[in-house]
Design a binder for this molecule. Structure first.
Ligand SMILES: [Cu+2]
Length: 172
């Protein structure tokens, strides 16, 4: 009986988490899904945001800006290895989303960068962010806050990221 109860609880839990990540957003020919971020420690100064952008149209679009009240500054970034060191840089011209393709913003690659956090991200909550596309215009997505990553956010030139620097090069 006890086993049955926990199985039922586990089933209910997985149902909840599936529902929590199911939100899709449509803007023009674009479909945005899997919008998420990670919980941040109380003193964190920065956080990353991730989302999948599918372009179902016949013309390329471009993510040109991101903004949110949760941070003083929100930018579009890319992580890349330069001289053997994982670094990030701002995508000055935005991020292209070619026709018929899916661009995935994910840890270690392209990401939305929140700098100067006004609040910490609590696991299970949502972080709203407005994404601006050249053609599709503005779309507000809510990033699901996943649990805090075990690995550090290593941002090189963004300075202090709290006491979570474990010396890993990977940025989550
Ligand atoms: Cu960044």
């Amino acid at each position: 009986m006890k086993l049955l109860t926990s199985l039922a609880a586990a089933a209910a839990l997985s149902l909840v988490s599936l529902t929590a990540i199911a939100a899709d957003y449509k803007a023009g020919d674009l479909m945005l899904s899997k919008a998420w971020t990670r919980a941040t420690p109380p003193k964190a100064k920065a956080g990353g945001g991730f989302v999948e952008i599918m372009n179902m149209g016949s013309e390329a679009d471009r993510l040109v800006a991101a903004k949110s009240d949760v941070a003083k500054k929100t930018e579009l970034h890319e992580m890349a290895v330069t001289d053997g060191v994982m670094k990030m840089r701002e995508m000055e011209g935005g991020i292209e989303v070619p026709a018929g393709e899916t661009v995935t913003l994910k840890p270690g690659g392209l990401h939305i960068m929140f700098m100067g956090l006004n609040q910490s991200f609590e696991e299970g909550s949502k972080v709203p962010v407005v994404l601006t596309f050249e053609k599709a215009g503005d779309v507000t997505v809510e990033l699901d806050v996943a649990k805090m990553g075990a690995k550090a956010m290593k941002h090189g030139d963004h300075g202090d990221h709290g006491d979570h620097d474990h010396g890993k090069k990977k940025h989550n």
